[in-house]
Design a protein around this ligand. Structure first.
Ligand SMILES: Nc1ncnc2c1ncn2[C@@H]1O[C@H](COP(=O)(O)OP(=O)(O)OP(=O)(O)O)[C@@H](O)[C@H]1O
Length: 471
């Protein structure tokens, strides 16, 4: 039935009642952060408390809401969002997002007066199984997405039930400090917020191992298996490489994996290596890790690093100018954890000394605290060294010249940028005359192969490594 005059508030209220009825368990949590502003000629204006609420409401509730409005009015609906921390008339009474843990439900009388009889818990306050050791700041909202991590990010959202094709297992791999654990925590937060009663287990492979050993020692394997198999909806295991060589734990994990996979319970694993490169890991486990999706995270490119620095500064309330953000991102390349650490250190020093975090201050601090060449070497330094070694002009490396000797020197320089600076392939491509990242990839692979098979190439590389180390 359509509403003849399309009275905006009435239409919206009816659509919202319909939406609430579809997801009563989580509706209040999210719509406590949303306010209705207007509905005119098919444009629905909503005010949201933050980007996170926006994203969640848009992805999870909007289709039902707008479909209902369309059904009631015949309009095709578009949504205009505004973000405003202070809502004066939220649509729902906000339910605290903080996890309600069992111990929080225990009533402890604070005086001699008899404790009041416990009241029955309202239906929404189910005891969730939110893991204890999640960092509340590690959410999808605080994760900066760029070419280096977008596959892992999209797959993580899907694994959390946020739409897109879901892969089981999801295997996230990459070097240290690049955001694997952050994504794991983000999955757990999102699953918990969408399904507060989901049983989520987030463990490091080390903790899994310790739990297993304790269970054996205390004859509590039934309990262990109930926890990890039948009582688990989502299993998130960090740093699976820790299981290397631990045969009995691998055997147990293998059966845990099978039990959960058979029930289509989501499994997400992180590792510092691709499955096939995991050492002393049973073949049957390695092959299972590749059943779903293997998503790697690369070193972020410059633009992503700048965005990460800015994002972190905003989250920590650090005033940062664009030139300082760019400078930090240029100076700390290979590890986001180090990048964040450098920013926090600068902010701490600045508040101690009363100096603003400006470019001269950042320069002075980084120069004073970095092991100079390794940290501060740039693509240009490598290009210069390679040109000097092969008697070329620097322009040759960025030119289109395909002459064999120039191409070889160019490939060597690209290889060294990858090895020493951990630059991403697109970043290297840009620094070498805007070449495509696939060209860089194949150049790096070629030199890697020649390094192992051709003593002459090895000699060039050793000479260059020495030159760079001496500079
Ligand atoms: N894309 C990103 N956006 C925002 N923060 C990021 C991003 N990538 C990494 N970080 C931050 O960098 C730090 C290190 O990330 P994390 O602990 O997830 O790394 P990791 O890949 O698990 O490393 P390790 O293998 O050493 O455990 C965290 O504070 C995380 O929030």
């Amino acid at each position: 039935m359509t509403i003849p005059k399309h009275e905006p508030r009435e239409v919206f209220d009816r659509a919202i009642e319909h939406t609430r009825a579809l997801s009563p368990a989580t509706f209040d949590q999210w719509f406590g952060g949303v306010q209705f502003d207007d509905l005119t000629d098919g444009v629905l204006t909503l005010r949201v408390q933050n980007e996170f609420v926006l994203e969640w409401v848009r992805d999870n509730f909007l289709p039902a809401l707008t479909d209902k409005i369309r059904e009631l009015t015949g309009w095709s609906v578009q949504v205009a969002w505004t973000v405003d921390q202070n809502l004066d008339a939220p649509i729902a009474q906000r339910v605290e997002l903080t996890p309600v843990r069992p111990r929080a439900l225990v009533v402890r009388p604070t005086s001699a007066a008899p404790a009041p009889a416990p009241r029955p818990e309202p239906a929404l306050r189910r005891v969730p199984s939110m893991p204890d050791d999640l960092n509340p700041k590690h959410t999808f909202a605080s994760f900066v997405v760029g070419p280096s991590n977008q596959l892992a990010h999209a797959a993580a959202i899907a694994a959390a039930g946020g739409g897109g094709r879901r892969y089981n297992p999801l295997f996230i791999c990459g070097g240290t400090g690049l955001g694997k654990t952050h994504l794991m925590h983000a999955i757990a937060h999102r699953v918990f917020e969408g399904r507060p009663d989901a049983r989520i287990i987030y463990v490091s492979a080390e903790k899994f191992t310790n739990d297993f050993i304790t269970a054996i020692q205390h004859h509590r394997m039934d309990e262990f298996r109930t926890r990890y198999r039948s009582s688990c909806d989502v299993l998130l295991v960090d740093d699976i490489q820790f299981l290397a060589g631990r045969e009995q734990t691998q055997e147990e994990f293998f059966h845990t994996f099978n039990a959960l996979h058979t029930l289509d319970r989501q499994i997400v694993v992180t590792s510092d290596k691709y499955p096939q490169n995991l050492e002393r890991m049973e073949e049957r486990l390695v092959s299972r890790f590749s059943w779903g999706l293997v998503a790697d995270i690369q070193v972020p490119e410059l633009e992503t690093r700048v965005a990460i620095v800015r994002n972190k500064a905003a989250l920590e309330g650090i005033a940062l100018t664009d030139d300082v953000a760019l400078y930090l991102a240029q100076m700390v390349r290979s590890n986001v954890r180090e990048l964040e650490g450098t920013l926090i250190r600068l902010a701490a020093k600045s508040s101690l000394t009363g100096r603003p975090v400006d470019l001269p201050f950042a320069r002075a601090e980084i120069t004073a605290t970095s092991p100079p060449r390794a940290q501060m070497m740039s693509v240009e330094d490598i290009q210069r060294a390679v040109c000097h070694h092969f008697h070329l002009r620097s322009i040759d490396l960025t030119s289109k010249d395909r002459h064999k000797s120039v191409a070889f020197a160019r490939h060597v320089a690209m290889y060294l940028c990858k090895q020493r600076l951990k630059c991403s392939f697109p970043e290297i491509g840009r620094a070498f005359g805007n070449r495509d990242h696939t060209t860089v990839m194949s150049a790096v692979r070629k030199i890697e192969a020649q390094r192992d098979s051709d003593p002459q190439v090895r000699a060039h590389l050793e000479a260059l490594e020495k030159k760079l180390a001496d500079e």
